[in-house]
Design a protein around this ligand. Structure first.
Ligand code: GDP
Ligand code: MG
Length: 440
């Protein structure tokens, strides 16, 4: 798909504003990407419609082509939709007991996540107690006890003969008497959304003061995530969502579907079976994961750092002729600085080897860059344009002017010669590409 998208970019030429045609072409690919990521069809349709309305007529940013501009808008909208900042589970202040109820289908990861959250809260100085309210699934209580032990958190249980409401009540009583300030209720799930499961959760909610209801959803649920989230939210009411099993190869479209459908924040993501594998949810990371085009996204980021196209073009001309002088060196150095790490961009160019990358990285050390700048500024315009003029006495003068040892000037000249050679290669590469594409 990534390749397809790049074709779209290639075929669109830079122009002032996004036309309806630009937007439609790019959004067609985005639509496919979202469906491939298992975002629900309904959500995709609405999302595409919104982006289309926003995008048509917008100015195309300097350094981006229309296709990339659309993707940039798509990305922003995805991030906005999934919540533009990270969120935490809300807790009651001070030592008041916060009751958290876990909800979700069987196998979603409730029991595992219960222990993960407990560990997190414990590390923040809270005193959590776990309550085993799943009395149906064989070995569910034992599973919670084992998990509780692993994270050093007590598990309250009354066996499988009591009903979950009574267990919840008793657990809270136990918490009150023993200095716990968070009670997490691990509840039962069913294979599918069903009445009795909802009723049980409603009953617990009616009987005890549940402060947060957290829906646990398997990220691999795919299209069905919307129904699950919607039903739980309408019947029981949820305050936040935890998406589990994101360590798998799912693109995680469920995150978008859920957020778009019920509007509740995604609090954490489960990244593995280990009880430490619970991570903060980052909407921006999720957006690029769902779009499945990390490379394209970072290219766009680089372009945003605003490489001046004109300068790049004249540089290209010089590259072709290998007429580079120190002024150009300074120029490209500053561009690299603005781009904050040229490495990623270079990695995307075909034919860049590790050795060459290392050289460039070495040359980009901040302090060294300042020194190089001082040396180049100590050269006369003629010397900058024609590095071959630099004889020993000129080098000595430059060293004095920049306040460095003459060996530094020698190093710079040598480095410059090397990069001139390398850029000549790159120039050749660009040449052959330009010939094929008819455009740099
Ligand atoms: P419950 O039925 O909702 O309580 O689900 P469980 O907590 O028993 O989890 C079901 C299975 O999913 C178990 O094998 C867990 O180890 C596994 N699991 C839970 N969360 C994650 C996760 O984030 N990543 C992976 N890979 N497995 C998970
Ligand atoms: Mg369970």
């Amino acid at each position: 798909l990534s390749e397809k998208l790049q074709n779209v970019f290639k075929n669109l030429r830079s122009k002032g504003r996004l036309t309806e045609a630009d937007v439609k072409i790019a959004l067609k690919e985005v639509k496919l990407a979202l469906l491939e990521a298992d975002v629900s069809f309904k959500v995709v349709k609405q999302f595409i419609k919104n982006v289309q309305e926003r995008a048509i007529g917008q100015d195309v940013m300097n350094g981006l082509n229309p296709g990339q501009m659309v993707i940039k808008i798509v990305n922003e909208e995805l991030v906005n939709l999934m919540g533009s900042e990270t969120t935490e589970i809300a807790l009651k202040p001070g030592n008041e007991i916060t009751v958290i109820m876990m909800a979700g289908l069987q196998g979603a990861g409730k029991t595992t996540t219960t222990a993960k959250i407990a560990a997190k809260l414990k590390s923040k100085g809270r005193k959590p107690l776990l309550a085993a309210c799943d009395v149906y699934r064989p070995a569910a209580i034992r599973q919670l006890e084992i998990n509780g032990e692993k994270v050093g958190v007590e598990v309250f249980s009354m066996g499988d003969k009591q009903n979950p409401v009574d267990i919840a009540k008793a657990a809270i009583e136990h918490a009150r008497n023993n200095g716990y300030n968070v009670v997490i209720l691990d509840t039962a799930g069913r294979l599918h959304v069903d009445e009795s499961m909802m009723e049980e959760l409603e009953n617990i909610k009616a009987a005890v003061d549940v402060y947060q209801t957290i829906l646990v959803v398997d990220a691999m649920t795919g299209q069905d995530a919307v129904n699950v989230a919607d039903t739980f939210n309408q019947k029981v009411g949820i305050d936040g969502v935890i998406l589990t099993k994101l360590d798998g190869d799912t693109r995680g479209g469920a995150a978008l579907s859920i957020k778009a459908t019920c509007g509740k924040p995604i609090l954490y993501v489960g990244m593995g079976e280990k009880l430490s594998d619970l991570e903060q949810f980052y909407p921006d990371r999720m957006a690029s994961r769902i779009l499945g085009m990390g490379d394209v996204m970072s290219l766009i980021e680089k372009a945003q750092a605003n490489i001046d196209e004109e300068k790049a073009r004249s540089m290209e001309q010089k590259l072709k002729k290998a007429q580079l002088g120190f002024d150009d060196y300074l120029e490209s150095m500053n561009q690299m600085k603005n781009m904050g790490g040229m490495r990623k961009l270079l990695e995307m160019l075909p034919g860049m080897g590790g050795g060459q990358l290392k050289q460039i990285e070495d040359a980009m050390d901040e302090k060294k860059m300042a020194q190089i700048e001082a040396m180049i500024l100590s050269m006369t315009p003629k010397e900058r344009a024609n590095p071959d003029l630099l004889n020993p006495s000129r080098k000595k003068r430059i060293a004095a002017g920049a306040g460095v040892d003459i060996s530094e000037v020698n190093k710079l000249v040598k480095q410059f010669e090397q990069s001139r050679k390398m850029m000549k290669q790159m120039g050749g590469m660009m040449n052959s590409k330009s010939a094929k594409r008819g455009k740099f």
